[in-house]
Design a protein. Sequence first.
Length: 168
Amino acid sequence: MDIKQANLADLDELYQIETKIWHSDAATKDSLTTRIKLFPEGFLVAKINNKIAGFVNSARIGDIKVGKFSDLVPFERVFKKNGPIFYIYSLQVDKAYRGKGISHKLIDSLVEIARDLGCRKIWLVGSDENTSIGFATTPVYERWGFKIKKCLPNYLEGKPGSLMEIVL
Ligand SMILES: CC(C)(COP(=O)(O)OP(=O)(O)OC[C@H]1O[C@@H](n2cnc3c(N)ncnc32)[C@H](O)[C@@H]1OP(=O)(O)O)[C@@H](O)C(=O)NCCC(=O)NCCS
């Protein structure tokens, strides 16, 4: 498996994975394009035999006060070019490739990039309960070293999530 920075040639494949998971809530191609263009260093794809198996994208953001999940969207509003925090915006692995540790490797690679760029903290939001999208990820991220910073009501499908953090 290769982990590489995403580029605009990946767009169709990224959008296909995104829509298979999120259906009508999927990010648009325009939104994925913006994320690649604004912050390519924070958009990684995992490729197996030259096919995208999963991806993660992130934004550098300011040390903002987060009260609810909507404070962390949309990407172009929260993105700050030299922000001190690396916020993992979206993580997805195509169903055919799940359970092989791909998401863990994507996050590990991103943590290294954040460190190299001199960022102070990594943030992400985990889901506290199972949803139609998948299983509760908060306990998984805790095993990977993220600490719960704040509980966020109404994260996904009316269910709560947790803003989680690693201090670098
Ligand atoms: C969440 C997702 C990215 C995980 O991708 P993956 O590459 O299959 O994950 P990994 O193989 O790296 O495993 C991740 C962890 O999840 C655990 N896991 C896998 N399937 C699980 C399940 N059905 N229930 C509970 N835990 C599960 C694994 O044991 C592993 O934990 P560990 O590293 O502590 O052993 C993938 O399922 C996905 O794309 N889901 C839909 C989108 C989504 O929910 N994104 C995250 C939003 S917070």
